[in-house]
Each structure stands twice: as structure tokens, then as C-alpha cells.
Design a protein around this ligand. Structure first.
Ligand SMILES: NC(=O)c1ccc[n+]([C@@H]2O[C@H](COP(=O)([O-])OP(=O)(O)OC[C@H]3O[C@@H](n4cnc5c(N)ncnc54)[C@H](OP(=O)(O)O)[C@@H]3O)[C@@H](O)[C@H]2O)c1
Length: 497
């Protein structure tokens, strides 16, 4: 569970770090793009302030050279301190995980608050990464919302640079994981008419270069740029390119079913990305998302990564277990700033505990604890965890197929199947919070405590707070399985340590 290995992406950028730029704020630093951008800015010597919604010791460990500020864009009062003394603010906030019915309103409120606070604090510049879409056509609510956020930020007194991108391909991106798992799992693709819509994917490396490059070119302030890779492809073409990259022969047939909702549900069952997120992303598949003009290339003309190479690089990052950020890093549906175990005001309704004494040392046991879930699975009772995950997926929950960002490292807030890491104390404790559909709240804690005669106690504690009668019934239904699952789990962890 060590810090990340980060390859810097902007080494070959033609622009140079600007000495006149003071504090650079990254709002949305815990997200897929923000997390990668912060490392680049720090490496180029900028004074970076990261804006997060909840304080956590993990942020200090992750960005020791950055200043961390807690603010929520939906709470206008909290933004003043975040934007105080800021020269340039990156706006990478996105509320997609609230679900289709809520995110549009939430996104526009957040952008309005941010624009006003930036004006008040005399910020020099805002840089926003939004979505591509032809405003002359009827856009999906997702693409439309990205464009309204851009308009809101442009309407203020602070000069804004808007970068508009379509699908971003990189290890850990939702689009990449969707395509990867579909191509791995399906021998035949039924292609609906909308899969012939055109899009212009871009590699995450190139996105980061554009974000840094525009900061370093003051003349890009107040302008909107479309950014894309060198290929214009249909969605069906992207599946074909990926099949080629993975060396898999696939059959592509026309589909009699056109419903995007149906395909998003199916994709939710077959890939780590849950159906509600697929639906938000796929709702826009009927809109062409290609660059209308290539003006950005007059400013930043670095060689662009093709879709095929971007996919190859993403696979190689996964194989090397070097995924830096992942789409699941941001909080999921219904869990925005979820209550933590130590924040719970009421007593827990139920707990259960299993432990064993081991001759192994704490470090060895903790390493083994840190490898549970994902591709390794949950050892002997794996089928029960998978069954619970499948049930969750059918109920439109997150399921177990989200896996984990890295097979060997864990950090606070990482997803671990249908859990999320809430606390880590190295060689002592790992606390996971449940994100599956549940009639209550649940946590799973692994503890490692020294005992006499150089022995070590490995314990697993399950904590549960029931919601109503059904919540209690749910616990009692699971009680007979607890012994089987948890007792076996710690024995396996000890054995494999
Ligand atoms: N990823 C792509 O494939 C892609 C493609 C095209 C365009 N884009 C654009 O790139 C931008 C960044 O996308 P992303 O994929 O990095 O998003 P993401 O992974 O979903 O991250 C969103 C970030 O926004 C933060 N956030 C949400 N609500 C907030 C609030 N009220 N106050 C403060 N922070 C808040 C989240 O913080 P928490 O961790 O606290 O939730 C998280 O850091 C978006 O504008 C998106 O439209 C992305």
C-alpha cells in the first residue's frame, strides 16, 4: 500500500512554467483528471492549492507539497477561503455521480457559486475542462450541462479558458474500462444505429498537456478550444480498434434493439462501471462529438496520441499496476460525503467479530489484508461475495465488478469492489465502508494487534446500522453466513500472508 508511481506527461511540452503565476487552485483534485493534473503542476514548480470536499489525512500524504483546502462548490461561503490569493483556478468539478435527475442542477449551481467567488477574490483566470458537443443540435442532458457550465464560467469577469473534450482514453477512465470489459467478454457485438455516431477520442496524456499548456500561454485566456485526438471514429470503430489491440476476433452484427437505456443496463452488468453512470455517459451517444475547429493546435502543436496507442498505453499501465487515478475515485451515487464510522452519532445496531492468533508479523498480515478484493477475490467464499455483487448490479448498485485501482496498493477513498477504503493505519488497521445497496450502513474492519509471546492477533469486525425493520431482518438473514464468510476470510488472509 505504497504511494503511486507517477510518469510525468508534460516533459515534452513546448511551453515553460510561468514564474508570474502565483497560487494555482485545482478544484476537483480528487477526480480522474484533477488527480493527474496536480502532480504535473507540482512537478513544474507551481504553488498548488488543492480543493477537496472533505478533509482527510490521505490528501496530505498524497500531495505533501501542495496546500490542501476544504470547500464545497455548493456551499458558496466555503469558496472564499479556497480562492483567496489564487492566480489561476482549474475548474474540474463534475457531479455526474449524483445521477441524471440531479446532476444538471447541481453542476450549474456549483459553477455559479465558483464564478462569483472567483470574481470577488479577483482571480486572474479560470481554466475549465468540459464536454464537446455541437450546440446547434439537441444535446443530451450530460453534454448540455457541460456546455451550460462553460457558458456560466465565461459569463463572469474572470477570463476563462474552456477546453472541450469527447471521450478521454486512459487507464482508469470510465470509457476505457467500459470498452475494455465489453471487448474482453463479448464474442459478438450487436451494433445499434447510434453506434455509427462519430466521436473524436483523446488520450488522457494529451488532455493534461492541454490543461498545463493553456496555463502557460496567457493568450489563450478568454477563448474556447475543442481538443481531440488524431482519429475521428464511430463507437463501433472504437470497439474494432480495441479488439485489434487485444488480438481478439469479434463478430459485429446490426442490432434490432436501439434503446440506449437497455445497452447502458447491459454494460452495467458486464463492466465495472455501474448502469446509472453508463446511462449518463451513453445518453449522449446520438450526438456527434468531434472538434469543430482545431485552433488550439496553433498554440500547442505537440504530437497527438492515436486512439490505438492510447488504448495500448492504458492496458500497459493496468498490467504494470500503475493506474494513477480512476473514475471511481470520486464519490458515488447516494454516497456524496458518506458518513464515516467515527462520525456516526447513534449507537451501532449490530457488530460481529472473528479473530485468530498468528505467528506472522504485523507487516506480513497487513500486506495480505491489503490484497483482498479485485482480481484476487475474497478467497474461499468468493462465490458468495460475487453473488452479492451480482444481486447489487441487478438492483442498479455498484456491484463487485468495480474491482480496485491497483492490485497491490490501497489509499484512502479507493474503491475495493463494493466497499470504499475509509481509513488505513499501516500494519494496524484497514476500515472499509459499504457502498452496495443495503437497508442500512455497514463497515468492515481488519485489525492487527500485537499479543504476548511475539504473536499477532488478526481480527475482522463487521459493523452495521440498520434502517427500519427490513434493515434488521437483513442482518438476521445474513447471520448464518457470517461465520462461514468471515472466519474463513481471516484464515485465508493469514495463510496467504
Ligand atoms: N473523464 C472523462 O472521460 C471526461 C471526458 C470529457 C470531459 N471531462 C470533463 O473533465 C472534467 C473533470 O472530469 P473528471 O472525469 O475528472 O470528473 P470526476 O472524476 O467525476 O471528478 C469530479 C471532481 O469534482 C469534485 N466535486 C464534485 N462536486 C463538488 C462540489 N460540490 N464541490 C467541490 N468539488 C466537487 C469531486 O470531488 P469528490 O471526490 O469530493 O466527489 C471530484 O474531485 C469534467 O468537467 C468533465 O466534464 C471528463
Amino acid at each position: 500500500m505504497s504511494p503511486d508511481n507517477i510518469d510525468l506527461l508534460c516533459k515534452d511540452l513546448s511551453t515553460s512554467p510561468r514564474a508570474d503565476v502565483g497560487i494555482v487552485l485545482v478544484a476537483g483534485a480528487t477526480g480522474y483528471i484533477g488527480g493527474r493534473l496536480v502532480s504535473e503542476l507540482l512537478a513544474r514548480g507551481y504553488r498548488v492549492r488543492v480543493m477537496v470536499r472533505a478533509a482527510s489525512p490521505e490528501h496530505r500524504d498524497r500531495w505533501p507539497e501542495a496546500e490542501v483546502v476544504v470547500a464545497d462548490a455548493l456551499d458558496a461561503d466555503s469558496l472564499g477561503a479556497a480562492l483567496e490569493g489564487v492566480h489561476t483556478a482549474y475548474y474540474l468539478i463534475h457531479s455526474l455521480l449524483y445521477g441524471l435527475d440531479k446532476f444538471e442542477n447541481v453542476d450549474i449551481r456549483a459553477a455559479t457559486n465558483f464564478r462569483k467567488a472567483a470574481e470577488e477574490k479577483k482571480v486572474q483566470r479560470i481554466i475549465y475542462l468540459g464536454g464537446l458537443g455541437d450546440t446547434r443540435t439537441e444535446l443530451s442532458s450530460h453534454l448540455g450541462s457541460r456546455i451550460r457550465v462553460a457558458q456560466e464560467l465565461m459569463a463572469g469577469a474572470v477570463p476563462a479558458t474552456i477546453l472541450r473534450a469527447a471521450i478521454i482514453i486512459g487507464s482508469g477512465s470510465a470509457s476505457y474500462e467500459m470498452i475494455y470489459h465489453l471487448v474482453r467478454k463479448l464474442p459478438v457485438f450487436l451494433i445499434p444505429r447510434w453506434a455509427r455516431t462519430k466521436c473524436q477520442p483523446i488520450s488522457v496524456r494529451d488532455v493534461i498537456k492541454y490543461l498545463v499548456g493553456t496555463l502557460e500561454l496567457p493568450e489563450t485566456a478568454g477563448k474556447t478550444f475543442d481538443i481531440g485526438g488524431p482519429d475521428i471514429l464511430t463507437y463501433a470503430d472504437i470497439l474494432k480498434v480495441f479488439s485489434k489491440v487485444l488480438g481478439k476476433r469479434k463478430l459485429f452484427l446490426p442490432s434490432p434493439i436501439e434503446s440506449v437505456r437497455f445497452y447502458s443496463y447491459l454494460t452495467g452488468l458486464l463492466t465495472p462501471v455501474p448502469a446509472p453512470i453508463n446511462w449518463c455517459l451513453m445518453e449522449g451517444v446520438k450526438n456527434d462529438v468531434i472538434c469543430q475547429h482545431a485552433e488550439i493546435r496553433e498554440y500547442l502543436a505537440f504530437p497527438l496520441v492515436s486512439c490505438e496507442v492510447a488504448l495500448l498505453r492504458a492496458i500497459s499501465r493496468e498490467e504494470q499496476d500503475k493506474v494513477h487515478t480512476r473514475w471511481s475515485d470520486s464519490y458515488p451515487l447516494d454516497c456524496e460525503l458518506a458518513i464515516k464510522l467515527r462520525e456516526l452519532s447513534e449507537e451501532l445496531d449490530f457488530t460481529c467479530s472473528y479473530s485468530i492468533l498468528s505467528n506472522k508479523d504485523a507487516a506480513a498480515l497487513f500486506r495480505s489484508v491489503g490484497r483482498i478484493g479485485g482480481k484476487e477475490g475474497w478467497f474461499n467464499s468468493n462465490f458468495l461475495w460475487r453473488l452479492r455483487g451480482l444481486l447489487d448490479r441487478l438492483l442498479l448498485g455498484v456491484g463487485t465488478s468495480r474491482g480496485r485501482r491497483s492490485a497491490s496498493t490501497l489509499r484512502v477513498n479507493d474503491v475495493l469492489d463494493f466497499w470504499r477504503v475509509e481509513e488505513i493505519e499501516y500494519n494496524r488497521k484497514l476500515l472499509l465502508r459499504a457502498e452496495m445497496k443495503l437497508p442500512g450502513r455497514a463497515w468492515l474492519e481488519f485489525r492487527i494487534d500485537p499479543e504476548q509471546e511475539r504473536k499477532t492477533r488478526l481480527t475482522v469486525n463487521a459493523y452495521y446500522q440498520a434502517r427500519g425493520l427490513w434493515g434488521r431482518i437483513y442482518w438476521y438473514i445474513l447471520v448464518p453466513f457470517h461465520h462461514f464468510i468471515f472466519d474463513d476470510l481471516i484464515k485465508q488472509i493469514e495463510k496467504r500472508s
